[in-house]
Design a binder for this molecule. Structure first.
Ligand code: ADP
Ligand code: ZN
Length: 649
């Protein structure tokens, strides 16, 4: 038994495990209460934002209770990294999934029977098959953790039918505590989780959903790639980031454009073959400063802590999805950016997608509600964070760290422009039985004699040229905002034409004032180096040397850099320049095992010496070959190839 394992078996209180194993001095938020509750055998439902610290809420109770903690986790592609990260702090974790051959599986089963495994990761489809249940019957199971529990909910955005069968856990092992965790916090989702997982008796813990280190910004989309380049170059050079696009085609185009400009960008979407996806995901996790350009097929379960920005080049379909995706930035608590560019075309496109989808009326209504909430967030003149948190039922005050707080938009009385636009639509409809999209309407208002205007005779309309007081961009803003306010709608004809709504009538008759947001120059952070923001200049060089050592060490170990140490820990070392192992051990993120393994090298770097060369462990491949891992698990000994998650859009 290694000294770390010894210390682990002695460290039986939650706080002792937190300190000696994970190297953290204190619990965050509700972690302490949640852990105590589960240690005492209680069931729990934990709603906590991404990066809030959910993993410790089941890892520590499992270590304290003893036996095997069974973690149900949806994506087998990430299990190896989860297990490696635990191994790096001296916790004995394993997984069972279809990437393993029969020998490897037998070895895990042997280790389980011998009491050598603290945490066991499995996908839902495996937990619920009889062979697994019989295996678990023979083990002292300390708890069941159901991660990403919103996958059981159809209201949410990641529904996985396999989660429905998890209610069997309670029926088969009624005395084993269960803890379900999710970062999706709407009341509807929580109620569905409680009911479907039979957690009616569980204590619910709702954390604050605020992520104060993330700066939220939403701006109109003009030249999206240029805007994105500007963001990366001025605020995030050399940083890891995720760029979300709606379609596979725009993922490919955007990744290529970034790469052309010297940014290490990789595409990821369900249309790529499994090996390419695994390779790109692995490089994103393992190399420093890679930008992943992806559809929403990418990201669930990615717990890389140093993602410094999440950019959306298209409008997300719901606030829930948006908050989960942006939440992948800054899990380490350091300043990060969530940036969204959206345009009129996005609204039209999403409305069309809803209209054309095969779902029934209830489904379409639900999707429309999601889109309306997203639009309201985009067009708000109030603090973005206040609005986001309100969506999750939490009250807050203006945050000072979002675009509307930093550069408050002016609002103006837009009733007259709105009337001009709406009456153009009405005239075309009544006088010519015609409907058009925003482009033609704006040309008419601006009095542009384009070939199309001439051909259709639109110069004869009474509203031709009456909108010269605004420019084209501003008119697009007016259209967007009227759509967001429900004063304009996209017709269901599939062509993206615009029609008035019941509420528009009031505007046309002068019975309703329309407030609009005037676009203001957008705030940007000043340019900075790739080190985390707010690091004093003097600590910069040491931080960079630590980072270079970490990169080399991670490569030698074939592990992601953050498994060695997170940015927040490197930052702590650069700021406090420890000279002894004791001092180093006080820094957050330095636990017993890492102190033992890396302490000497880190102290050498702090002294300004060359650290000893990183040595690869026995099991570390010299060149990291990404494992070919399907996203979902396959039931044991089944050759069936699971379909990739659907992300046609
Ligand atoms: P979640 O699963 O909720 O998204 P994680 O469990 O991955 O979040 O935790 C996010 C980050 O915060 C991780 O890097 C984790 O090590 C760190 N962390 C969690 N709890 C604490 C704590 N009490 N003190 C310091 N860091 C913590
Ligand atoms: Zn704000």
């Amino acid at each position: 038994m290694t000294s770390t394992a010894l210390r682990l078996s002695e460290a039986r209180t939650p706080l002792a495990v937190l300190e000696s194993v994970f190297g953290y001095p204190a619990f965050r938020g509700d972690q302490r209460q949640i852990i105590d509750h589960v240690v005492a055998g209680g069931d729990a439902l934990v709603l906590m934002p991404t990066g809030g610290g959910k993993s410790l809420c089941y890892q520590i109770p499992s270590l304290v209770r003893g036996g095997v903690g069974v973690v149900v986790s949806p994506l087998i592609a990430l299990m190896k990294d989860q297990v490696d990260a635990l191994a790096a702090v001296g916790v004995r974790a394993s997984f069972l999934n279809s990437t393993q051959g029969p020998d490897e599986r037998r070895e895990v089963e042997r280790a389980l029977a011998a009491g050598e495994v603290d945490l066991l990761y499995m996908a839902p489809e495996r937990v619920t098959v009889p062979a697994t249940a019989e295996l678990l019957d023979r083990l002292p199971v300390s708890l069941f953790a159901i991660d990403e529990a919103h996958c059981v909910s159809q209201w949410g955005h990641d529904f996985r039918p396999d989660y429905l069968a998890l209610s069997m856990l309670h029926e088969r092992w009624p005395s084993v505590p269960r803890i379900a965790l999710t970062a999706t916090a709407t009341a509807a989702t929580a109620a569905e989780i409680r009911q479907r997982l039979q957690l009616q008796q569980a204590r619910t813990f709702v954390a604050s959903f605020d992520r104060p280190n993330i700066q939220y910004r939403i701006e109109p989309k003009n030249q999206p790639v240029q805007q994105l380049l500007q963001l990366i170059r001025t605020e995030h050079p050399g940083d890891a980031g995720i760029v979300y696009c709606l379609s596979r085609a725009s993922v490919e185009k955007t990744a290529a454009a970034l790469a052309e400009h010297g940014i290490p960008a990789l595409p990821y979407h369900a249309g790529l073959d499994a090996r390419t996806r695994a390779d790109h995901q692995s490089r994103f996790l393992r190399e420093d400063g890679v930008v992943m350009v992806a559809t929403i097929a990418f990201g669930m379960g990615i717990d890389k802590p140093d993602v410094r920005f999440v950019a959306h080049l298209d409008l997300p379909k719901s606030v829930e999805g948006y908050y989960q995706e942006t939440g992948r930035a800054g899990r380490d608590g350091l300043p990060s950016t969530a940036w969204l560019a959206y345009g009129l075309q996005d609204v039209v496109q999403l409305r069309q997608m809803i209209d054309r989808s095969e779902g029934d009326a209830t489904y379409k209504r639900r999707m429309s509600q999601h889109l309306d909430a997203m639009l309201a967030l985009c067009e708000t003149v109030e603090c973005r964070r206040v609005q986001l948190l309100a969506y999750f039922g939490q009250q807050s005050t203006p945050c000072g760290n979002c675009d509307t707080c930093l550069a408050p938009p002016e609002s103006f009385d837009g009733t007259i422009p709105a009337q001009k636009l709406l009456s153009t639509i009405v005239r075309l409809e009544r006088e010519r039985r015609q409907r058009y999209g925003a482009g033609q309407l704006i040309d008419i208002l601006l009095g542009k004699r384009t070939p199309r205007v001439e051909q259709l005779g639109h110069a004869d309309l009474a509203t031709f040229g009456i909108g010269a007081e605004l420019g084209e961009q501003e008119w697009r803003g007016v259209v967007r905002q009227l759509l967001a306010q429900g004063l304009l709608a996209v017709h269901g004809d599939g062509y993206g034409t615009l029609v008035i709504t019941e509420a528009s009538a009031e505007v046309l008759t002068g019975g309703r004032i329309v407030r609009l947001r005037r676009e203001v120059a957008r705030p940007t952070r000043s340019a900075r180096r790739s080190a985390p923001a707010d690091l004093p200049a003097a600590a910069g060089p040491l931080f960079e040397r630590l980072r270079a050592w970490r990169g080399a060490t991670a490569r030698a170990l074939g592990a992601p850099a953050y498994i060695v140490f997170g940015d927040a820990t490197l930052r702590g070392i650069a700021l406090t320049t420890p000279t002894t192992l004791d001092e180093l051990g006080q820094i957050s993120g330095v636990g017993a095992k890492k102190l033992e393994q890396f302490g000497g090298a880190v102290l050498a770097i702090v002294r300004g010496e060359e650290p000893p060369a990183a040595v690869a462990g026995d099991d570390a491949p010299a060149d990291h070959e990404p494992a070919l891992v399907p996203a979902y698990d396959v039931p044991p000994d089944d050759e069936f190839d699971p379909p990739p998650p659907d992300d046609r859009y």
